[in-house]
Design a protein around this ligand. Structure first.
Ligand code: UDP
Length: 373
């Protein structure tokens, strides 16, 4: 079959590879002039630092098959994400752990004591948290919420935490030990030469052609037996029901001699600091030691029509619009909507790959059985 895949990010590359290996011809187009979507990395021309151009990407998963898959296309170096937060005039360890709690409250509590201490602060009258704020107050109580979550979340999402789903906070653990590894997954690492060569290797198959700088035009679909769409879900339909909300990011790049902040990611919890975090990219490749440094100050704002969409907002009142688009997508024969933008979900890389592999396998099964696609 002739397959058209719109988007040369992780979803398009992984699905394209699987179908190409099964003998289908895959044409992958991308409007950008590079592969990899927002995972794109490149070496900074001035400093030689490997830069995560669209913000930090740390590979972590519990899925052994996904881990094996990515290791088939790149060497990985061990990497653990240890994030710090500057808030209320001090630097703390994230995610909120025993060190954070003891330093923040000026105490020397052991795990059980800290657990009881936090339980006494937490608002247990909230039985079933309906939004981000309720979830946070129930989990950590007002003092930690104010310091670490409220301001950061208002900056990141541009709205009150009461308007956000509780699920966003569920991404972050609360630990009563000194484990400051941001992720709690068996497999974690960083592709040795960045994500771009890894994704280029996935795309490197005789049945795959990649056309960069090529925007999708509806007449392209006619030449294909099936389309995989990893662009914005609402974009496929010309935004005719309205736009799904996204946050975009602005990165203010600056260089520094030596080491600027001593870690890869420093979050800023205070509302009056306009950026959400500063990333120092050399620390994402700790096995390299370039003398110079490149940092990004990261600012979040509402995504306009010409901006790059990063985070789907999924506000409670947007659910209806999303439901309408999803219903239309399901009815659209010959097109499968995939990935973060195509399904309008906040997906980590490992989940994106898992879903891409499953989507490709389902497609191949149906194709073999002559089923409806
Ligand atoms: N968050 C926060 N304070 C922090 C870090 C995260 O309040 O210091 C909240 C914020 O709302 C964020 C969410 O937790 O959007 C998920 O954080 P994560 O670090 O997973 O965000 P990502 O790295 O995907 O931007």
């Amino acid at each position: 079959m002739e397959i058209l895949l719109v988007g040369a990010g992780l979803s398009g590359a992984v699905i394209g590879r699987r179908l190409a290996e099964a003998g289908h011809r895959c044409r992958i187009i991308d409007a950008r002039d590079h592969v990899g979507g927002n995972c794109f990395t490149e070496r900074d021309a001035d400093t030689g630092v490997m830069v995560h151009v669209y913000g930090p990407h740390i590979f972590h998963t519990d899925d052994a098959e996904v881990w094996e898959y990515v290791n088939g296309f790149s060497d990985f170096m061990p990497f653990q994400n240890r994030v710090k937060s500057t808030t209320q005039g001090a630097v703390y360890s994230l995610p909120v752990n025993l060190l954070t709690i003891n330093q923040f409250f000026g105490k020397t509590m052991r795990p059980d004591e800290a657990r009881a201490f936090i339980a006494a602060q937490a608002d247990t009258s909230i039985a079933d948290p309906q939004n981000f704020e309720e979830q946070a107050l129930r989990l950590v109580g007002p003092a930690l919420y104010e310091a670490f979550f409220k301001g950061y979340t208002e900056k990141q999402w541009g709205c009150s935490p009461t308007e956000l789903p509780a699920s966003i906070l569920k991404r972050l653990p609360l630990r009563f030990n000194y484990d400051d590894n941001y992720f709690f997954h068996r497999f974690q690492g960083m592709p040795t030469d960045g994500y771009t060569p890894m994704i280029a290797a996935i795309l490197d198959h005789p049945n795959i052609t990649v056309e960069l700088g090529t925007a999708y035009a509806p007449d392209m679909a006619g030449a294909a037996d099936h389309v995989f769409w990893s662009g914005p879900l609402d974009g496929f339909f010309g935004y005719d029901l309205g736009r799904l909300g996204y946050r975009t990011l602005d990165f203010e790049r600056f260089t520094h001699d030596g080491d600027y902040q001593g870690c890869a990611v420093m979050n800023y919890g205070d509302r009056d600091v306009p950026w959400t975090r500063i990333t120092e990219h050399k620390h994402f490749s700790p096995w390299e030691s370039p003398p110079g440094s490149v940092c990004y100050r990261e600012y979040s704002r509402a995504c306009g029509p010409d901006d790059i969409p990063y985070y789907p907002i999924r506000l409670v009142e947007e659910k209806a619009l999303l439901g309408d688009y999803v219903a239309r997508a399901e009815k659209t024969r010959g097109v499968t909507f995939v990935g973060r933008l195509g399904t309008y979900r906040y997906l980590d890389m490992d989940v994106t790959i898992r879903e891409a592999l499953d989507t490709a396998d389902l497609f191949l099964d149906r194709a073999a059985g002559g089923g409806d696609m």
